[in-house]
Design a protein around this ligand. Structure first.
Ligand SMILES: Cc1cc2nc3c(=O)[nH]c(=O)nc-3n(C[C@H](O)[C@H](O)[C@H](O)COP(=O)(O)O)c2cc1C
Ligand SMILES: C=C(O[C@@H]1CC(C(=O)O)=C[C@@H](OP(=O)(O)O)[C@H]1O)C(=O)O
Length: 360
């Protein structure tokens, strides 16, 4: 339980931050899909630690090895297994808190649940686990590409620094031109200086990632509990440090009237379109063919290089301070993770969708 995601296109991840390595198995990937290993690796590079001065300085190449399920560059229909070895663990950075709980990390809750503590790093609660998701998500992206669907995410807020332009006015791929992954170059510079300032003050800061999926055909989703947006929300809320998810007009929609908020329909050739898209491309849990867009809020990183009040396993009052390599802000590296999780949901629903109606 808890280590598998998806219904037909299913991933299972394994591994810990300071163990030998991590990996993913993908079940349900159709046979005959062209698997570009170079593309998977390029996605890993976007997420890996140590990639810039505003990320953790742990140095991992995050080289993936495909163990199974691919032959002569194509999926065979059998489980695809991929592994990533850990090479730069520094577990002694955690010895001073081996029996103490870092505030707002998962040390206490894992200890309560399992009664055993692997204190070398965050273990399985470390965002290092998301390396395996990005490898799985890269395969999902290849399946989506086959159907003309793209998924792009970017950083739209860091602390109080917020982009005021909607995604339609952004060159989405420009986000990759800078280390914070914000498509507005002037705002990107401000965000980078701000994260660096926060890092120097031994603190951390949160942020928001906006994600857009284009080319999703109308009709994907399930009507009741497994609504498409519910699954996207679950996928996003399963990412470390995520505190909020909103799609379409989201929380801002509450201040509008129905007369403003309704997305009027019109016929565009052989397609039914909407003039506005406050629905975020989903109505009744089913895609309507417009762009699917949503925001994901991330909290400030828990491990800070300052003394904080806590308790140890014996219930005694202690002081803890972070040591070692940590992200001052997670959003620059979380962009490919958000894309990967969105791609996994869409790939899954694309395959489920094939069973919905008789295609004559
Ligand atoms: C890309 C990414 C990098 C992260 N890096 C760190 C980190 O360096 N140090 C840390 O304490 N937490 C980091 N986190 C957050 C923790 O993994 C997360 O707070 C922890 O698992 C507890 O879960 P929760 O915050 O979702 O409750 C990171 C999260 C993400 C998405
Ligand atoms: C190693 C990665 O990021 C890590 C995420 C993380 C956390 O608590 O989430 C804590 C730090 O790791 P460590 O366990 O070595 O102290 C980060 O460096 C990675 O993303 O690959």
């Amino acid at each position: 339980m808890g280590n598998t995601f998806g219904k037909i296109f299913k991933i299972t991840t394994f591994g810990e931050s300071h163990g030998l390595g991590l990996g993913v198995t993908i079940e349900g990937c159709p046979a005959g899909l062209a698997i570009d290993e170079g593309f998977i690796q390029s996605e890993m590079q976007r997420r890996k630690p140590g990639q810039s001065k505003i990320t953790t300085q742990r140095k991992e190449e995050d080289e993936i090895k495909i163990l199974s399920g691919v032959f002569e560059g194509k999926s065979t229909g059998t489980p695809i297994g991929m592994v990533i070895m850990n090479t730069d663990q520094k577990s002694k950075d955690y010895s001073h808190i081996s029996d103490k709980f870092r505030p707002s990390h998962a040390d206490f809750t894992y200890f309560e649940k399992y009664g055993i503590r692997d204190y070398r790093g965050g273990g399985r609660s470390s965002a290092r686990e998301t390396a395996a998701r990005v490898a799985g998500g890269a395969v999902a992206k290849m399946l989506l590409q086959h159907f003309g669907i793209t998924v792009h995410a970017y950083v739209s807020q860091v602390g109080e620094l917020k982009l005021d332009k909607p995604y339609q006015e952004m060159g989405l791929s420009q986000a990759e031109d800078n280390i914070v992954r914000c498509p507005d170059p002037a705002m990107a510079e401000q965000m980078i200086s701000y994260i660096d300032e926060v890092r120097k003050s031994r603190d951390t800061v949160g942020g928001v990632i906006t994600c857009v999926a284009k080319g999703v055909p109308a009709g994907l989703g399930e009507p009741v509990f497994d609504r498409l947006h519910a699954e996207l929300g679950k996928a996003m809320l399963s990412i470390n440090a995520v505190k909020g998810f909103e799609y379409g007009s989201g929380f801002k929609g509450v201040t509008m009237r129905g007369s403003q908020h309704n997305d009027a329909f019109y016929q565009d050739g052989d397609k039914v379109r909407t003039k506005t898209n406050y629905s975020g491309g989903i109505q009744g849990g089913i895609s309507n063919g417009e762009d699917i867009y949503f925001n994901v809020a991330f909290k400030p990183v828990a491990t800070i290089m300052q003394d904080q009040d806590s308790v140890n396993e014996a219930g005694e009052a202690v002081t803890v301070s972070g040591k070692g390599r940590h992200d001052p802000c997670v959003v620059p590296r979380a962009v490919p993770i958000v894309e990967a999780m969105a791609a996994l949901v869409l790939a899954d629903y694309l395959l489920i969708g094939r069973t919905n109606k008789l295609l004559i």
